[in-house]
Design a protein around this ligand. Structure first.
Ligand code: FMN
Length: 171
């Protein structure tokens, strides 16, 4: 699959078969995340790979809009590290980790898997819950929990192209 095909076909997948995701594909996803651009190449990120069914279930039970975790084969929590970011700014850490997350989502599509970004940041309660569940230090911000699995095929990409959203030369 070429890059444009993966970008245009990427969609949030919330219906998984419940099968496991092969380890070699999960490693490719982590590599894709770390290939993202970051301000001054600071790479202010770390990743938590979760396959434990109990932990996936706990996220399904406690994060709103994350019921799909129940049948996900895995989850990647993208963690932002403000201390490592350009000018130690939280904003750069979040932007950089968002780039890493999108890389993971596109790579998921390219590998024939399915995934959805489950929101953690900026909701304080969700951040606290995920920190406690996964033992994440207070200085580190869990940005999201990306549910990953084998898609059932029910979820389809949306055409979101709107020419009226483009300005040429001036606003
Ligand atoms: C910051 C952010 C937070 C999101 N949080 C959730 C979430 O908690 N649960 C969920 O099912 N989808 C979540 N999504 C996925 C969006 O709902 C989805 O991207 C949007 O509806 C567009 O659909 P598409 O991804 O299929 O193009 C989130 C996406 C982003 C970028």
């Amino acid at each position: 699959m070429d890059a444009l095909e993966a970008i245009f076909n990427r969609k949030s997948v919330r219906n998984f078969t419940g099968e496991d995701v092969p380890d070699d594909k999960l490693q490719i996803l982590l590599r894709a995340g770390m290939s993202a651009p970051s301000a001054v190449n600071m790479q202010p990120w770390e990743f938590i790979l979760i396959k434990d069914k109990g932990t996936l279930q706990a996220m399904a039970d406690n994060l709103p809009y994350a019921a799909m975790m129940q049948k996900a084969g895995a989850c990647i929590v993208v963690c932002a590290i403000p201390e490592l970011a350009h000018r130690k700014l939280k904003e750069y850490a979040i932007i950089d980790c968002t780039c890493a997350s999108e890389n993971i989502l596109i790579a998921v599509e390219a590998l024939g898997l399915g995934a959805v970004w489950s929101a953690v940041y900026p909701n304080i309660d969700r951040i606290e819950f995920v920190r406690k569940l996964l033992g994440i230090p207070r200085s580190i911000i869990p940005l999201n929990a990306i549910a990953i699995g084998i898609p059932t095929g029910e979820d389809q990409p949306k055409d979101k192209f709107k020419p009226e959203k483009i300005h040429y030369e001036k606003w």
